[in-house]
Design a protein around this ligand. Structure first.
Ligand code: ZN
Length: 204
């Protein structure tokens, strides 16, 4: 059976993402909450579940593969994702208080590929990162969770964990690449009004 015609298998080893949330305005780079370490998740309650549901709704409205709480303006160390790996399999999950593990020594290979951020929308530039990553943390009920993989999922797990630490990917690229990124964003700014991605979803 030809692989390209097959639906990618969806892996949600710790259950589906919470549904029923509200699409929120995307917080942009330059907003203080995005540039400082986020407060650890300490209570696994209904408020956390509601926050996660809003994050999920906002991620899908923005057509993203991952989103951290600070991207909807909330100072809390968690992220959600729905992202393919390098086999095209879809991985879906949520991680509170993430800790990333990257390959060391001879196992460490850098993948130089395009990266973008929903908080600086419409712009992409190459960013070198290890081609494999593992993230450990907790799920919505405080249970331990682990995700790992290669390809886009490795980039996503690193990018979103960075957000919980107050790092954006512009912090990881050269000044020249940052200029290129800013120019690209200026060209597409009209496509992303200040309330994006709420607009167009107001009736939903
Ligand atoms: Zn981002």
């Amino acid at each position: 059976m030809p692989r390209e015609n097959a639906e990618p298998t969806l892996h949600a080893p710790y259950g589906p993402l919470p549904e029923g949330g509200t699409v929120r305005t995307m917080t942009r780079w330059g907003t203080p909450v995005m540039h400082r370490p986020q407060a650890p998740v300490a209570q696994y309650d209904d408020d956390l579940r509601a926050l996660a549901a809003d994050m999920v709704a906002t991620m899908y409205a923005a057509d993203g593969v991952g989103l951290a709480a600070c991207q909807i303006g909330v100072d809390r160390a968690l992220f959600v994702f729905d992202c393919p790996d390098d086999d095209g399999e879809r991985w879906v999950g949520l991680v509170c208080n993430p800790v990333v593990t990257l390959p060391e020594g001879k196992d460490r290979r850098l993948d130089e590929d395009e990266e973008g951020c929903l908080s600086f929308p419409g712009a992409f530039v190459d960013c070198a990162r290890p081609d494999w990553a593992r993230v450990d943390g907790t799920g919505l009920d405080g249970e331990p969770v682990t995700f790992e993989g290669s390809g886009l999922i490795a980039r996503c797990l690193q990018h979103e964990t960075d957000h919980t630490l107050g790092t954006v990917f512009a912090d990881r690229i050269s000044a020249k690449a940052r200029k290129k990124l800013e120019k690209a964003q200026a060209r597409t700014a009209d496509d992303f009004p200040p309330d994006w991605p709420v607009r167009g979803n107001a009736s939903a």
